[in-house]
Design a protein around this ligand. Structure first.
Ligand code: AMP
Length: 113
């Protein structure tokens, strides 16, 4: 989608550090990491947010599954990690292309600020 920064990342128009890519999903390092590991997992197609995936459990499931696999590959499984999806303004969503945050590598406070 025009003017979507994550669509531009998928298209290679904005640089990113890829950690996983296939036809459906893309994972890359967050530019402003909140933890030693902070990865974003997104669908390659434009989807506004998780609210648009209520009728698409397969894609939602594969997004989460890929985040879990990446957490394992990045060595986070033993110590633990957090998966977050922000939805809408009150949810803290700043980029309107659905993304799963994978955070780990330090103890994470709960509840988040
Ligand atoms: P959210 O606030 O849940 O929408 O998260 C958006 C995330 O995208 C933030 O953690 C940003 O740091 C991250 N972000 C924004 N622009 C970029 C970029 N060009 N490359 C990587 N991460 C980005």
């Amino acid at each position: 989608m025009k003017d979507c920064i994550f669509c531009k990342i998928v298209a290679g128009e904005i640089p990113s550090t890829p950690l996983y890519a296939d036809d459906e999903l893309y994972a890359f390092n967050d530019i402003n990491p909140k933890a030693p590991t902070h990865v974003l997992v997104i669908p390659t197609e434009h989807v506004d947010g998780v609210a648009a995936l209520d009728e698409r459990p397969e894609l939602l499931g594969r997004l989460m599954s890929r985040a879990v696999k990446l957490a394992r590959e990045l060595g986070l499984e033993e110590a633990g990690y957090r998966l977050v999806i922000n939805q809408g303004e009150d949810g803290g969503q700043s980029v309107g292309h659905v993304h799963v945050h994978l955070l780990g590598g330090r103890p994470l406070n709960w509840p988040p600020g």
